[in-house]
Ligand binder design. Structure first.
Ligand code: EPU
Length: 333
């Protein structure tokens, strides 16, 4: 365990905003993590920092989970693979492909660590973590007790889990077990993947082809956090009633929408673009020119600046469409 007093969180989040933190603990060992969560008061848990926006200085203990290790538990056609929370998600995807294990290739290049993946049930290009998730182990903050959660117990939803709602800040995830497959059934239902594979003249795509297509699409639309600070989609795509969607459709016939049970999911990127924000900049914060759902730190932005920019977007989308946007990123203060 390493303790850094008066740390800067700038290099620990992909937004790259300056934020001081009183005490940052970097922890590589489960037993040390158990002790830390028993003795430190209400710690905040940090993984890859890819979905966090710190607002000002953080006067709390921050625990950065750096546990490592990947283990195939039962090698079969559908092996269970147990992965420590501090592993980098995309490296695990590449490891799976190299080991001929399918199921997470559509989730290529998502920034962040494995421990953060279940928090918001990461998803992209037709697949979400819940599709391959078997279970996870977590340590209860306060007691230090080890608890196992099944897929059902995580209560996954669209960018949701029990760890973002009832159990928020109550557990530290230490490992995640996925059920991957050696009998691949690739999912290329997402239009952009099909298009890319067609352009490449690939008729029978392998999991590696799908991964490459996803990487290609992401790189063409989403800014690389190593170059421009960002946290991927800043907002969730709002889910509205079918009747509201029909009403809006009358006014905006080209408005896209995807069925979500008996509701309709509307791309927030479209709403934000229509409200005139795409490519717009205020001070050090911008709305990315290739994907309006992504807010970017154009250099030395403060968390509060990003958040006030986001609030202006929320307000203008609400006024124009009467639709409420909610952040996908977690705000830290
Ligand atoms: N659109 C616009 N303008 C834009 C961006 C999007 O009009 O500037 C419209 C278009 O109609 C487009 C549609 O939105 O067809 C969907 O866009 P895209 O395929 O880029 O997906 P998204 O809904 O904006 C979601 C996820 C992404 C994920 C992609 C692909 C959320 C909040 N975001 O974005 O996830 O990569 O689908 O599956 O659900 C993330 O969570 O950080 C993330 C990047």
């Amino acid at each position: 365990m390493e303790l850094i007093n008066n740390a800067s969180l700038k290099s620990y989040t992909t937004f790259g905003v300056e934020a001081a933190c009183d005490h940052l603990y970097r922890i590589e060992d489960v037993e040390e993590l158990k002790l830390a969560v028993q003795y430190l008061d209400q710690p905040l848990i940090l993984g890859g920092g890819s979905n966090i926006l710190p607002l000002g200085s953080i006067h709390r203990n921050v625990l950065r989970v750096e546990l490592k290790g990947i283990q195939i538990i039962n090698d079969s056609d559908q092996p269970l693979v147990k992965i420590a929370a501090g592993e980098i998600w995309h490296e695990v995807v590449l490891w799976a492909i190299a080991n001929n294990l399918g199921g997470i290739e559509n989730l290529s290049l998502i920034p962040g660590t494995v421990g953060a993946a279940p928090m918001q049930n990461i998803g992209a290009y037709g697949v979400e973590l819940a599709n391959v998730f078997h279970s996870l182990e977590a340590i209860e903050i306060g007691s230090g007790q080890l608890v196992t959660f099944s897929n059902e117990e995580c209560r996954f939803g669209y960018r949701e889990s029990v760890f973002k709602t009832e159990l928020r800040n109550k557990f530290v995830i230490i490992n995640v077990t996925l059920r991957l497959s050696r009998q691949h059934q690739v999912d290329i239902s997402y239009g952009a993947i099909q298009q890319t594979l067609n352009d490449w003249h690939i008729e029978k795509p392998t999991i590696r082809d799908v991964s490459k297509a996803v990487i290609h699409i992401r790189q063409s639309k989403l800014p690389d956090p190593a170059e421009i600070g960002n946290a991927g989609s800043f907002f969730k795509n709002p889910i509205i009633s079918s009747s509201q969607f029909q009403l809006l459709k009358q006014e905006y016939p080209y408005m896209p929408g995807y069925p979500a049970g008996d509701h309709v999911k509307v791309p927030a990127g479209w709403l934000i673009e229509q409200a005139g924000w795409k490519g717009k900049r205020i001070g050090n914060v911008g709305c990315y020119e290739k994907q309006a759902l992504v807010l970017v730190n154009l250099g030395n932005a403060k968390g509060e600046e990003v958040w006030s920019f986001a609030q202006e977007i929320i307000e203008s989308v609400r006024i124009k469409f009467n639709v409420q946007l909610t952040p996908e990123v977690n705000l830290w203060s």
